[in-house]
Design a protein around this ligand. Structure first.
Ligand code: GLA
Length: 415
């Protein structure tokens, strides 16, 4: 009997086992050993497309508009995302958060508010797409959303099919009224429903870090909240940075810790505080979802949200979440994020009320002893070559940081 005949006579299950064994042999135990379940159940399936190789960027209505959402706001926001250069800078998802939905039809189909979204979601999504943007919506794992609108419990396939029909590219799924459910199971079921619907949709998991998503959410969603809601104030930002920083290991291409949407431009913080907020989101490879009124941005707000050098740190293809490399007890921190080209993004943070001097040695941030080029990412200036051979204290690289502020640089080894 030839090999082909043997194979033809075998039952499909046995074929699958052989295929899995072949994959295992080809990849070696390390690689194949990581995903045995997927290989055993769907040996011939094409690999899932990576929906978020870098942290998602866009705009979400919640922080500024709450329930005051309608199609005019969304159309105007789509227009200004193009006009202001937000889209060009990378902000591509336009997401309507809670309150767009009012009911379900007899067939279970979710119904958008017919007054506020009179043209319907499909037409709105088409408009958003016509601008070169992607379109996102919001729902909840429980029977109701946080604002009491119909949630998705028991309707995963029904909703996923509706989203696919409308052309939804991103769905944020919240966790109100869901505490008795199994988060991993619910979100996995939602992911599977989205896959069955056949349209690529980013799944934004929003259970506020209640169920340790950093231990299971990669491969389920593309981003997962790590904390309770952000507020437009400094204390909130500092607290969130601390909480989100603990899960750096979990982040990487395809799945990101989400310290919540941006408050930049909403008025509750100083310019320096907003710069720190934005810099640290970038150092932590966080999703950058603007949460302000994009139709009325000041030049200051634009200078933050449209800082392409800081955005490049966030979007760096290496996809490493940066960490604190030096914690100085008196309110100074040095953060470092390694970048794909071998350079390092470094953020010096001052959480005190006074100006603070902070320094770093090349050895503390993985830069080889010797010369390195320094670029200031907020001043948009080359700071020349700084040499730290490691032998003298005077060779430390030092900066002055304003109160609640940041100095962010990119350091590249060599002349
Ligand atoms: C929760 C989420 C927020 C927002 C609101 C909407 O609080 O964490 O980001 O979506 O619900 O009701």
């Amino acid at each position: 009997m030839t090999m082909t005949t043997i194979l033809r006579k075998m039952a499909p299950a046995a074929m699958a086992i052989i295929l899995v064994a072949a994959i295992f042999a080809a990849c070696g135990p390390g690689k194949a050993g990581k995903e045995p379940a997927a290989a055993a159940t769907a040996p011939a399936a094409a690999p899932e497309p990576i929906l978020a190789p870098v942290p998602p960027m866009g705009f979400n209505t919640w922080n500024k508009f709450g329930c005051e959402v309608d199609e005019t706001l969304i159309r105007q926001t789509a227009d200004v995302m193009v006009e202001t250069g937000m889209l060009e800078a990378g902000y591509k998802y336009l997401v309507i958060d809670d309150c767009w939905q009012v009911d379900r039809g007899a067939d279970g189909r979710i119904i958008a508010d017919p007054k506020r979204f009179a043209g319907g979601m499909k037409a709105l999504a088409d408009y958003v797409h016509s601008k070169g943007l992607l379109f996102g919506l919001y729902t909840d794992c429980g029977p109701k959303t946080c604002q009491g609108r119909p949630g998705s419990l028991g309707f995963h396939d029904n909703d996923a099919a509706t989203y696919a029909e409308w052309g939804v590219d991103y769905i944020k799924v919240d966790w109100c009224y869901a505490d008795d459910l199994d988060a991993r199971k619910e979100y996995t079921s939602f992911r599977d429903a989205l896959r069955r619907a056949g349209h690529p949709i980013v799944l934004s998991i929003c259970e506020w870090g209640r169920n340790d998503p950093w231990t299971w959410a990669k491969g389920v969603g593309q981003l997962w909240r790590t904390t309770a809601d952000i507020g437009d104030n400094w204390e909130s930002v500092v607290w969130i940075i601390g909480a989100n920083s603990r899960h750096a290991d979990a982040a990487g291409p395809g799945g990101w810790n989400d310290p919540d949407m941006l408050e930049v431009g909403n008025g509750g913080m100083t310019l320096d505080e907003y710069k720190t907020h934005f810099s640290l989101w970038a150092i932590m490879a966080a999703p950058l979802m603007a949460g302000n009124d994009l139709r009325a941005m000041t030049e200051e707000t634009k200078s933050i949200l449209l800082n392409k050098e800081v955005i490049a740190v966030d979007q760096d293809p290496l996809g490493v979440q940066g960490r604190v490399v030096i914690e100085r007890g008196y309110g100074g921190q040095v953060w470092m994020k390694p970048l794909a080209d071998g350079s390092k993004a470094v953020a010096f943070v001052n959480t005190t009320e006074r100006e603070l001097a902070q320094y770093v040695r090349w050895s503390q941030i993985g830069i080889p002893a010797g010369p390195a080029k320094v670029r200031d990412l907020w001043a948009h200036e080359d700071k020349g070559v700084h040499t730290d051979t490691g032998s003298k204290y005077d060779e430390r690289f030092e900066v002055k940081i304003p109160a609640h502020g940041v100095v962010m640089v990119r350091i590249s080894p060599g002349q």
